[in-house]
Design a protein around this ligand. Structure first.
Ligand code: KG4
Ligand code: ZN
Length: 332
């Protein structure tokens, strides 16, 4: 089954063709980062407008690369939640139009489920059940993947998501948006023990809280500026990254051990972080766990992951009609 997949939940307009949930036939991503960079973050209204302008060309390109016509697709999968409402609506309405005109099934996909499914494309042997750590710009979740379409969230962030904390801490260090990748690069050159940063406590051991840590970095930079002291940015990046990765890894390993999982996975934009990948690799192997991580190219927002999850949603009978609407925030 070949699914045409569409993703427009934030600042990437993406379209892909995916076969049987596991094989990418084509995948095109048009990013708007350069424009949002000017404002230090995503401007929702600009994002919606750019999606409108880009979506037809991105879809045409994905079909061209797949050497297919619209009619060759067996279904249309689309991210309908969660995300920026105006941005989501562009993809949802575009997908609805194609599905109705071509008389193909319309398959709604939850963005976070898509991030998790990126692992199915990269690892043909991976099957539920397993436990997944999802760390992205908007979410930090520990999720039991009971089946391809049955999920249970046992830990979540109480305030900022990990990616959001990366981006805001990065901004105070002088890096452009999105700062996660810049912190990652700087951290490679720094000493992670140089700056002592707070590790927040949460009532539920699987929950996260990153806002205090983010604020500590911002305050450290401001205080130094006021006193005319210099901060070693590489050391601060390394200290911050190490603290975030340690929190994510420790809580995730505890959740996996407590719940008896030996198969574990990582997903989301922050899964591209080299420090997190390394730390998780080491600690999961110490615990005798098998870790699945998507390639960096599938960690950030893309439509291939939506096509993968869309396949399993279709098999589970989760198709929608023309009443499908976008939803800004929706739990799994
Ligand atoms: O999943 P994603 O592409 O979008 C959302 O669904 O939110 O995640 C984007 C987030 C941004 O906060 C970005 O800074 C972060 O992922 N990110 C990274 C790295 N690459 C992307 N964070 C840390 N290290 C990286 N290498
Ligand atoms: Zn995402």
């Amino acid at each position: 089954m070949k699914i045409l997949a569409i993703e427009s939940s934030c600042d990437e307009t993406a379209c892909a063709v995916v076969e049987d949930g596991r094989k990418i036939i084509s995948s095109v991503v048009a990013t708007q980062i350069d424009e949002h960079k000017l404002y230090g973050g995503v401007v929702p209204e600009i994002a919606s407008r750019r999606h409108c302008e880009n979506i037809v060309g991105v879809c045409d390109e994905a079909l061209k690369q797949a050497e297919m016509r619209l009619d060759d697709c067996d279904g249309v999968a689309v991210t309908y939640a969660p995300g920026l409402i105006g941005a989501l609506l562009v993809g949802v309405n575009f997908a609805k139009g194609i599905a109705m005109a071509m008389k193909k099934p319309l398959i709604p996909v939850h963005h976070i489920k898509g991030h998790i499914a990126a692992n199915y494309i990269a690892h043909s042997e991976l099957e539920p059940p397993y436990i997944c750590l999802v760390a992205s710009g908007g979410h930090s979740h520990i999720i039991k993947v009971n089946d391809y379409t049955r999920f249970e969230t046992i830990g979540r962030t109480l305030d900022d998501a990990a990616g959001e904390a990366f981006d805001k801490a990065a901004r105070s260090m002088g890096f452009p948006y999105p700062g996660g990748i810049h912190v990652d690069k700087a951290a490679k050159l720094g000493d992670c023990k140089r700056y002592k940063l707070p590790v927040p406590k949460t009532e539920n051991p699987y929950d996260f809280s990153f806002s205090g840590l983010k604020t500590a970095v911002i305050n450290l930079v401001h205080n130094a500026e006021q006193k005319g002291e210099t901060i070693n940015t590489n050391d601060l990046a390394a200290s911050f990254q190490h603290t975030v990765c340690d929190i994510l890894t420790s809580k995730f390993i505890k959740a996996a051990s407590d719940n008896g999982y030996k198969t574990v996975a990582l997903a989301g934009g922050v899964a591209a972080n080299s420090g997190l990948r390394e730390m998780l690799e080491q600690r999961t192997s110490e615990h005798g766990m098998k870790l699945y991580v998507p390639p960096v190219s599938l960690c950030g927002d893309n439509a291939a992951m939506i096509g993968s999850q869309g396949y399993y949603e279709f098999l589970a009978g989760n198709a929608a009609g023309s009443e499908l609407n976008a939803v800004a925030s929706l739990r799994l």
